[in-house]
Design a protein around this ligand. Structure first.
Ligand code: MG
Length: 207
């Protein structure tokens, strides 16, 4: 696998919660998986992971669908731990990370690679029919949101394709359990080969 990574912008200037080693792993797996077909990310926020992921897709002339309702996850809401006032639209009293996301994509020159889908995961999946080379789940971390993302999208991964799940914390003291619970579902399904976890990024290859 390639370890060289030249991102189109300074990734440290993009708001987000993806560690550098996780971003590199995302990029490296996407470099192979995006040869199989278009890819999908659930939970784009301001576009940090999208830059890593789409940079790989762009190299293969593939497409990354970037799905996010851009109203923030539970922890981003007003008064919650990860609330960012810069991303709050006071006029409608809602989060809006889409404007910042678009700025990131434009500055990274990824607008011909990334197709934003501004929607909830369940609605976006209703008429989806396109097989995917790689799916990265990093949407809402409630049990219901994570289960919905896994149920709606993991079935579209092509044989040989990659499933990545962010924020895997086997020890409940380290973080929420919903992503880990879908990681366990994937492992138990028999549909995937487990790959080494990178920091908190869980990884599987579809059999
Ligand atoms: Mg995350």
């Amino acid at each position: 696998m390639s370890t060289e990574l030249n991102l189109p912008i300074d990734i440290n200037n993009v708001k987000g919660f993806l560690a550098a080693d996780e971003g590199l792993a995302l990029y490296q797996y996407a470099l192979e998986a995006s040869k199989l077909g278009p890819c999908l990310e659930i939970g784009s926020y301001c576009g940090k992971s999208t830059v890593y992921f789409a940079t790989a897709c762009k190299q293969n002339d593939s497409i990354l669908y970037a799905l996010d309702h851009h109203r923030g996850s539970e922890e981003h809401q007003l008064g919650e731990e990860y609330h960012d006032p810069d991303l709050y639209d006071n006029s409608i009293e809602l989060m809006d990370s889409f404007k910042t996301f678009r700025t990131t994509m434009r500055e990274a020159r990824l607008e011909d690679t990334v197709v934003p889908i501004v929607s909830s995961s369940a609605i976006a999946s209703r008429h989806w029919a396109t097989p995917l080379g790689m799916v990265f789940i990093d949407g809402g971390h409630s049990e219901e949101a994570a289960q919905t993302d896994y149920r709606c999208w993991s079935t579209f991964i092509k044989p040989g394709g990659i499933l990545a799940i962010h924020d895997i914390f086997p020890n409940p003291e380290d973080g929420g359990q919903a992503p880990y619970n879908i990681w366990k579902l994937a492992k138990a399904s028999g549909l995937f080969e487990e790959l080494p976890t990178v920091n908190t990024l869980g990884l599987f290859r579809r059999k």
